[in-house]
Design a protein around this ligand. Sequence first.
Ligand code: SF4
Length: 171
Amino acid sequence: MKMTDSREITCIQCPQGCTLHAEKQSASSANGTSSANGTSSANSASNANGANQVSNANSSFCQCGDAVYKITGNKCPRGRAYAIKELTNPSRTLTTTVATIFDDCPLVSVRTDGDIPLRDVFRVMQELNNYRACKRLHPGEVLIEDLAGTGVALLATGDMTAPNTTNHPTT
Ligand code: SF4
């Protein structure tokens, strides 16, 4: 098998940081083989991202575009779910600062209240570059309900009610 037929992913779901292996499989081996009576031996289902997953007790397969990957190296189911997400719809919580209209706290630290697909990060940052917070907020309060149409809210992590300390997240 060529090196390009596998991917290594470091799981960031807990401090153990397992190294996950996503190995490209042929579609026929991943989707199960037909038995003598012509019935399929594997189960398949679609996840929220539209990616097909085929799982049994010992292994997990994920269809990503035309490729089917076998995922190993995970010590728990969260790692398998993370690998599938990385292959089908990689996303991250975004932390940054945005400008305000207040001279005593010109910037406020913020984070998204959920993951943003990596494909949307550039568009989200463009929106944030043009954004000015015009209301003083406490940490945890919402600045934007639906950030750039992602459905994810933007929260303040700095305290805009405490001048000169607002650049630092408190959570
Ligand atoms: S696979 Fe499970 S144990 Fe390993 S890093 Fe991910 S969450 Fe932690």
